[in-house]
Design a protein around this ligand. Structure first.
Ligand code: TXA
Ligand code: MG
Length: 347
């Protein structure tokens, strides 16, 4: 891939309109632009352009069979791309849009198969972030966007992380600072009688249950099982180091991590520890990163991917990580940790 110059524009009140215009113009010219959303940064291209979609896949190094989400800036745009939408979907949209949930819907034929990776469905999200909305509306069309990381790496939650992965690959990054939520949207398969959560996110199972009586959680990927979402079968969020995720009671986990740390040190490995404010004092090693307070799940989700990227920069060989309870947004955080980990250890 040619080495193009990557411009980063730090958005301010003064340059906002002009910068959005510039981004939207590039999108209309079938170029790829990285932009912030409330979840993570997206790698955006014109939603109806096979050429732009190809450029996105190339910049990310993404497997061709993993479909993209179309981002809309108005409910009119929804009608352009999706059809046969069930009643419960409208109820959920009413409650959670604009916001961090993606609905997988029956697609209209205008949506190119490059977006949906050959499926008859398309993921649609109406983001709440101001920059994302402005960019979509200025471009005047849905923007196809996966997370703006190199395939397999943690999703970027700030422009620096996007730059690390996309430097020389795309012409423009719109820098809107640190994203608010920090993990990707909930993906909800919404074509059947009951919705099925394919990827947990900020909008939790419990949140959805308040609106629809019945919702399922996809079993994920068991050995030999056919994935319901292509994204489920690929390694994700992986830091360079081997990460071990310890699950169990607070004290047991901390003791086990201390034990493992001593063991790895004997093998001359550089160790990183991922923990919480409440447990950080227990560890004396050099590379300890706290995700924030164990009880502040918003803070933990905001910090997770960046912390994994920080371990890459520290060059640790092994990450020993505490975990969170799988409840509410904790389910989404745990899923990211699980998929980043080489091994989950029950203590
Ligand atoms: O928060 C987000 O969703 C971010 C921001 C940029 O909006 N986007 C994002 O996109 O995370 P991506 O491509 O990294 O993840 C989309 C996930 C993948 O796991 C993909 O397999 C799944 O959604 N997906 C997309 N379209 C689908 C479809 N038609 N059927 C099943 N799964 C789908
Ligand atoms: Mg992604």
């Amino acid at each position: 891939m040619s080495n193009i110059n990557t411009e980063v524009i730090k958005l301010t009140e003064e340059n906002f309109k002009k910068s959005i215009k510039k981004g939207a113009e590039l999108i209309r010219k079938e170029e790829v632009v990285a932009f912030p959303t409330e979840t993570v940064y997206g790698l955006g291209g014109a939603g109806f352009s096979p050429l732009a979609i190809r450029k996105i896949f190339e910049a990310k190094g993404r497997p061709q069979d993993n479909p993209l989400i179309l981002h809309i800036g108005s409910m009119e745009m929804l009608d352009d791309i999706a059809t046969d939408i069930r009643d419960y979907v409208y109820l959920l949209m009413e409650k959670f849009w604009p916001g961090p949930i993606t609905f997988v819907l029956n697609k209209k034929s205008v949506v190119p198969m490059e977006v949906s990776a050959g499926l008859t469905t398309v993921g649609v999200r109406f983001p709440s972030e101001r920059t994302a909305q402005a960019l979509i509306l200025e471009a005047g069309l849905p923007i196809a966007a996966p997370s703006a990381n190199t395939s397999g790496k943690p999703s970027p939650t700030n422009a620096e992380a996007v730059f690390e992965d996309m430097k020389g690959r795309i012409p423009l990054i719109l820098d809107g600072g640190q994203t608010d939520i920090g993990i990707e949207s909930t993906v909800l398969l919404s074509t059947g009688e009951k919705p099925i959560i394919l990827r947990p996110g900020k909008v939790s199972y419990e949140d959805i249950r308040e609106v629809v009586a019945s919702v399922e959680i996809s079993a994920g990927l068991k050995q030999g099982e056919k994935p319901m979402s292509p994204g489920q079968k690929y390694r994700h969020y992986a830091p360079k180091a081997d990460m071990y995720l310890f699950v169990g009671k607070f004290n047991d986990v901390a003791s086990r991590i201390l034990f493992e740390e001593a063991r790895w040190e004997l093998e001359d490995k550089k160790i990183g520890i991922l923990c919480f404010d409440e447990t950080r004092e227990r560890y004396s090693s050099e590379h300890v990163i706290s995700l924030g307070s164990y009880f502040n799940r918003e803070e933990v989700s905001r910090n997770l991917f960046n912390s994994l990227r920080d371990f890459d920069k520290l060059g640790v060989d092994v990450i020993l990580s505490e975990s969170v309870e799988e409840k509410g947004i904790g389910r989404a955080i745990f899923e990211r940790m699980r998929r980043a980990a080489k091994e989950v250890v029950n203590v």
